[in-house]
Design a protein around this ligand. Structure first.
Ligand code: PMP
Length: 454
């Protein structure tokens, strides 16, 4: 752009950036991103970056500048851009069919526009089933410490990161927290098996609350912003057992891990879990259109038909832009790319490389306390002291991120300004990453840690 100063001026004067703090003008991040291609981005000053976080928040899974997605969206918009309400659509039907092929056991796809919205649909469905099928029982929703499910007041009630929810209450009632499953910060040091102990902690909450009060357990397959927490071994099978035992529906929030980020279409497929609800958003169309899906089983769908004499016996919910056909058109092409380019295979291979590189860095840098993750979603928790595991101060974590940025590599860190949750470096490059890209990312972290930690 030829008027960079004007652009920056307009941005500073009028745009309230997400997650921004009110800082002195001079210290505000001066970047305005202008262009992207593959794994690379250019800002308004022409500076080039290698993007190790897929658009900041793990979204652009197939990379920037995909003309085939843009063309698919264009063709759909010219043919029919929008029709909402109870009617179906061509890309909506086609994409739902393709998606369901990848999700054995699930049959129904409900469209909306954001991860928060997709999750809130599940919570509403559970509340309606409680009223309509369970006589007011089974209305409570369990969520896990450190997990995040979105930003609206409804889903913030299920937020395992208390600092994010503080100041926004009162929230809807009946949301209950279960403990996290981060083995590095083991809450059950005397238990013989961490994964089983962490799952059993969920059962304890269920028994305390009363199993017939609980309708849903909502979990991230791999906790993302709360610390890049891959579930410990043995955890998921036990969680599944507990849900079955107490007749609790299992909702897996795949907003980050779907589609493909862990090397399978969905994170839960790494663990053989059988969910009743799956939600997805970010990687569903890789940021080429706003779309989210709430996917469920025929059994859940059928439950809404339990009482045909009740005129309100259907899911009374609508999403205006769930009717925008750019979404499923983009999602269809996004899925074709992942299949045709074997991006699931690439994610597994490159994820292993990223993990191996990070483990090698851990040998060299005492600040890396733990390396964890699945596929191309890896984290490195930074600590001030390996023995006490005291989290590294946020200023230092951010200095590592800033050093990489200065050297043209965009990495992430979990949850800025949330004490105790802000010290894990977060790597989630696009699923097209090459070995050279992966090495460039970890080399940048190596240099940054050397500089910042001395
Ligand atoms: N669930 C998870 C696991 C997320 O990480 C996010 C977003 N970071 C959301 C839900 C909310 O998605 P959205 O911002 O699209 O509402």
């Amino acid at each position: 752009p030829n008027d960079i100063a004007g652009l920056i001026e307009a941005d500073r004067a009028h745009v309230w950036h997400h997650l921004s703090q009110h800082k002195p003008y001079e210290t505000i991040d001066p970047r305005i991103m202008i262009e992207g291609r593959g794994m690379r981005l250019w800002d308004a000053t022409g500076k080039e970056y290698l993007d190790a976080v897929s658009g900041g928040v793990w979204t652009v899974n197939v990379g920037y500048g995909r003309e085939s997605i843009a063309n698919a969206v264009r063709d759909q918009l010219v043919k029919l851009n929008y029709f909402a309400g109870s009617a179906g659509s061509e890309p909506g039907a086609r994409f739902a069919q393709k998606l369901i092929e990848k999700m054995p056991g699930l049959t129904r796809v409900y469209y909306s526009n954001s991860g928060s919205e997709a999750n809130e649909k599940v919570f509403k469905m559970v509340r309606q089933l409680s009223a309509q099928v369970h006589g007011g029982k089974k209305s409570k929703i369990l969520y896990r410490e450190r997990d995040y499910h979105g930003t609206t007041l409804g889903v913030l009630a299920a937020c395992g990161q208390p600092q994010r929810a503080s100041h926004y209450g009162p929230f809807p009632e009946g949301f209950v927290e279960v403990p996290h499953c981060l083995e590095y910060r083991n809450q059950y040091p005397d238990a013989p098996h961490y994964g089983i102990a962490a799952a059993n902690a969920i059962e304890e909450v269920i028994l305390r609350e009363g199993p017939d009060t609980i309708g849903l357990l909502c979990l991230e397959p791999v906790t993302a912003g709360g610390g890049v927490i891959a579930p410990p071994e043995g955890y998921w099978p036990r969680v599944q057992e507990i849900c079955a035992k107490y007749d609790i529906l299992l909702h897996i929030d795949e907003v980050v891990c779907g589609l493909g980020r862990t090397g399978t279409w969905f994170g839960y497929q790494q663990y053989g879990v059988k969910p009743d609800f799956v939600t997805m958003a970010k990687g569903l169309a890789s940021g080429y259109a706003a779309i989210s899906c709430t996917v469920t089983t025929e059994a859940v769908f059928e439950m809404f038909k339990n009482d045909p004499s009740d005129p309100l016996n259907y899911f009374r919910d609508i999403s205006t832009f769930g009717g925008c056909l750019a979404g499923p058109a983009a999602a269809l092409e996004n899925m074709r790319i992942i299949e045709d380019e074997d991006l699931l295979g690439n994610t597994t291979r490159m994820g292993e490389r990223l993990r191996a590189n990070l483990l090698a860095l851990q040998e060299k840098h005492a600040a890396i306390g733990d390396v964890r993750g699945v596929g191309l979603f890896q984290g490195a928790e930074l600590v001030a002291d390996r023995t006490t595991k005291e989290p590294l101060a946020e200023a230092k974590v951010q200095a590592v991120v800033a050093h990489c940025m200065k050297n043209g590599v965009i990495i992430g860190a979990t949850n800025r300004s949330l004490p105790g949750l802000n010290n894990t470096l977060c790597l989630s490059p696009a699923l097209i990453a090459t070995a050279d890209d992966i090495d460039a990312i970890t080399n940048a972290i190596d240099a940054a840690l050397t500089e910042v930690m001395g």
